[in-house]
Design a protein around this ligand. Structure first.
Ligand SMILES: Cc1cc2nc3c(=O)[nH]c(=O)nc-3n(C[C@H](O)[C@H](O)[C@H](O)COP(=O)(O)O)c2cc1C
Length: 217
């Protein structure tokens, strides 16, 4: 097996290091964060750092890059306190990827990419119409990550939209049925397929599958 050390990482060519370090921690969630400025300009951008923080209260977080250049998503969230998180569907990966391009604030990525704004239940920022799973979120707090000047944004989940057909009776959403993709690194989009689901693990108890009889003998 190839072995890389911290010293090797430090001396690597920039893009090679970026690709290695962005992919070595595993698949990430693939979402579009949509916002609208106070003056009414919509904005949408791809984020791979959206993650679960807690279920009661329902919280998520995401990491925003250093504010050394203007960040429209962050600025709009600070102005309005709200944003939406929209799963990237397998059919929209090119459009979603294009939202990473640095457009000026007054240019909406919606008009540039063909993603469609959708307004639901009087929530101020748009959702992405083509997304199968969408969350309406309210800013709660932010924490500076001192090591690299990034910010962890914490938000409460105020609205959830999805097709009922992808939900199992216990609440769990079947993301493969929704066509939700995952990101490998900063530019690889994958479509995960479900292998199995297991009951709550307890010490000394055999792993029990939801779908099949116990595996591996
Ligand atoms: C696959 C992918 C994932 C990304 N994830 C993040 C992220 O988690 N945080 C971040 O700040 N930028 C991320 N970016 C970069 C933003 O999409 C990019 O900076 C975008 O222009 C931000 O738009 P804004 O200035 O309108 O907020 C990612 C880009 C790509 C291609």
């Amino acid at each position: 097996m190839k072995h890389i050390t911290a010293d090797n990482i430090e001396k690597m060519e920039k893009i090679f290091r970026l690709n290695l370090i962005n992919s070595c921690t595993g698949y990430k969630s693939a979402n579009l964060i949509a916002t609208k400025s106070k003056s009414g300009n919509p904005n949408v951008a791809v984020f791979s750092s959206v993650t679960h923080i807690g279920s009661n209260p329902a919280l998520l977080g995401f990491v925003t890059r250093p504010l050394s250049v203007s960040r429209n998503t962050y600025k709009n969230i600070k102005e309005t306190g709200v944003f939406t998180v929209n799963h990237i569907h397998e059919k929209m990966i090119e459009r979603a990827h294009q939202t990473a391009a640095k457009y000026d604030e007054e240019i909406s990525e919606f008009t540039k990419t063909g993603l469609v704004e959708e307004y639901l239940d009087d929530f101020y920022p748009p959702y992405v119409q083509q997304s199968e799973i969408k969350l309406g979120c309210k800013y709660q707090n932010e924490y500076k990550i001192e090591e690299n000047d990034t910010l962890l944004i914490i938000a409460s989940i105020e609205h959830i939209y999805y097709d009922e057909g992808i939900q199992m009776p216990d609440g769990w959403l079947r993301l493969d049925d929704a066509g939700t993709v995952a990101v490998n690194g900063l530019d690889g989009y994958s479509l995960p397929s479900l292998l199995d689901r297991f009951h709550y693990a307890r010490p000394g108890q055999e792993v029990k599958s939801f779908f099949t009889k116990a595996k591996n003998g």
